[in-house]
Design a protein around this ligand. Sequence first.
Ligand SMILES: *Cc1c(COP(=O)(O)O)cnc(C)c1O
Length: 239
Amino acid sequence: MAEKNLEEMREAVEAIREKMAAAARAAGRDPAGVQLCAACKTRTADTVAASAALAIDVFGENHVQELCANYDAGAYCGKPSHFIGHLQTNKIKKVLGRASLIQSVDSEHLLAAIEKEAAKTGIVQDVLLEVNIGGEESKSGVSPEQLWPLLDAAAAEEHIRVKGLMAIPPVNDDDAQNRRYLAQVYKLFVQAGERGYQNVKMETLSMGMSGDFENAIREGATLVRIGTAIYGERDYSKK
Ligand SMILES: *Cc1c(COP(=O)(O)O)cnc(C)c1O
């Protein structure tokens, strides 16, 4: 399957929006409380710019290089951009100012480096803490047990504001198992909010991708990150 053209993308986004709204209503939630983040890794700046006219709330980038290229080319057309990939400390400088939210903070080392750079720049950086809910070796994120010391560390930083959690549950054909993972993340999200830290506002729960966003919304997601279902299959041979 190739990349979609604008008309196909428009239809895809409309269909996703309808499913998002239906999932929210089924869970007794307001559809306006769930944002659509377009995960645009590997797409060209032209494709990203074309998709910006659609009902997408925010763009999510995995790679610093693509974030810089798309941001600097104006491809987001004024819509916000988030960083959702693994972030190396030596690239933080490029992300600050280009990503309004860093969704993927997964270590105290990274946290300290963001704090240092944000302080130097004179900004307060919004972040999500990433949880590796399935305990998968191949994935970033802290374990549920490691979340609490990471949250303590984040709450102590002056130039960082924690806005919520992000998670990528294991790919799973078992719908019930998928929902259990998502529900575990939601529980952590609620528990984190109950700790009552001043600079921790648990507002954003980022979980759900093309294959499981409806489940994620039923289990409490406030932001879903969708790539394939908007743009089509990714072609890694070009990059
Ligand atoms: C690629 C990516 C997505 C979107 O995945 P799709 O299955 O293409 O919808 C979501 N989140 C992250 C962190 C990603 O890297």
